[in-house]
Design a protein around this ligand. Structure first.
Ligand code: NAD
Length: 387
């Protein structure tokens, strides 16, 4: 029986096996602060490969399972069974694995999209709430400190009234049909596995969630979307999409989601324009936030500095000057998931009321946005009221 460190959460993984794109970052983020301890896993669609991988990771052989159903059932029988599970499998499996995990009394960290329809998301939310369980969704970029700074600046009125929100996640990695060679891309452009959208759900929901964190008071009133499959074999799934959105306060937003922005790396940007000033953040330069006051020289705010709002200093790990990156952002998120899980079960609940993390509502909102975008795009790019 493993010895449990104080409040450390016994944790398992579904998916994220050898060679997967995102498994390693889940493990490195969850294990960074000793908030989670990896004790079980069903890592791969191929049972043999998955079991061998778990053993290589140092798991007890008996707890490296051939599939998630066996893992949930067997772990439930143990006094030291898992308390939380992360799901890092292709999109079409998220709903059923998440539902099964909640039914086994497990807290869940699920990859995005949480599921395919708002109805499914509501079912998961109701199940989690009925059982008193936390569902976290890994919109990992939201863990960067400068996002907290942006949120505090908006809250404190530094930008004035918010007018324009300019979002994009437009990379160029799939400008050609790379899925012919790459299995991690192949399922992303097949609706059976990816769901009703490709880039809207795969990349567009990332800056969308950041905008929800930074602008919690803005609610989308209606939107209009067009989507294209520039690599024809990807139809009906889009590899490029442009969305316009109106908020209920009269502000306007545009979101460019793309995998065919040739020559671009991530190209993920969040720019927020207010009546007095603007801020701009790029995920490839996550330690800097551009603060642009009308009529004054541009200021580049740096992570880890005393002039930032206290909320932006809470997660500080190494002080200013040293570059932090995606690993730290994800570790910040996993630390917040752990705080929420422990707070939820009465361990160290202080301070969790102000905790900002992508929970089941963030998962639901991502699915809702994709659904509305598709409804608009497939009707020929019409304005649709946000449902
Ligand atoms: P991948 O194809 O590289 O890896 C998928 C892994 O899941 C593989 O190890 C595969 O064997 C395993 N798997 C598949 N079905 C399984 C099952 N039923 N049981 C157990 N294991 C199973 O995919 P990926 O790129 O790592 O993406 C996985 C998920 O992570 C997707 O939902 C994707 O959208 C998401 N993702 C999120 C981010 C982010 O920034 N949050 C980034 C990349 C991927």
């Amino acid at each position: 029986m493993s010895v449990k460190k104080k409040n450390t959460i016994r944790w398992g993984m579904v998916g994220g096996g050898r060679g997967s794109q995102i498994g390693y970052i889940h493990r490195s983020a969850a294990l960074r602060d000793d908030t989670f301890e990896l004790v079980a896993g069903a890592f791969d669609i191929d049972p043999q490969r998955g079991r061998a991988f778990g053993i290589d990771l140092g798991l007890d052989e008996a707890r490296s399972y051939p599939d998630y159903g066996t893992m949930f059932a067997e772990e439930q029988k143990r006094a030291d069974g898992i308390e939380a599970v992360s799901i890092a499998t292709p999109n079409n499996t998220h709903f059923s694995i998440c539902k099964a995990a909640l039914e086994h009394g497990l807290h869940v960290v699920c990859e995005k999209p949480l599921c395919f329809t708002v109805e499914e998301a509501k079912e998961l939310k109701a199940l989690a709430e009925a059982r008193g369980l936390i569902v976290g969704v890994t919109y990992g970029y939201a863990g960067h400190q400068m996002i907290e700074q942006a949120r505090a600046m908006v809250m404190n009125g530094d930008l004035g009234e918010i007018r324009i929100v300019n979002l994009q996640f437009a990379h160029g990695f799939h400008s050609a049909p790379v899925e012919e060679q790459n299995p991690s891309t192949r399922w992303r452009v097949d609706p059976k596995f990816a769901g009703p959208s490709y880039v809207l759900g795969d990349v567009g929901t990332h800056p969308l969630y950041i905008s929800e964190v930074v602008l919690p008071h803005l609610k989308i009133r209606r939107l209009m979307c067009v989507r294209q499959s520039f690599v024809k074999s990807r139809a009906p799934l889009e590899d490029n999409a442009v969305t316009l959105m109106e908020y209920d306060n009269g502000a306007i937003a545009n979101v460019w989601s793309s995998a065919v922005n040739a020559g671009s790396m991530h190209g993920q940007k969040v720019r927020i324009v207010g009546s007095k000033a603007s801020i701009e953040w790029w995920d490839e330069r996550p330690n800097q936030l551009s603060y642009e006051i009308q009529g004054e020289p541009v200021r580049i705010l740096e992570r880890g500095m005393d002039y930032l709002y206290p909320q932006a200093r809470l997660d500080d790990r190494i002080g200013g000057g040293h570059p932090e990156g995606l690993f730290e952002a994800w570790a910040n998120l996993y630390r917040r998931f752990a705080l929420a899980i422990n707070g939820n079960r009465g361990l160290a609940p202080e301070g969790i009321e102000d905790l900002v993390f992508p929970g089941v509502d963030a998962g639901l909102e991502g699915v809702r946005w994709v659904e509305n975008c598709i409804r608009s795009a497939d009707a020929g790019g019409l304005w649709v009221d946000y449902e």
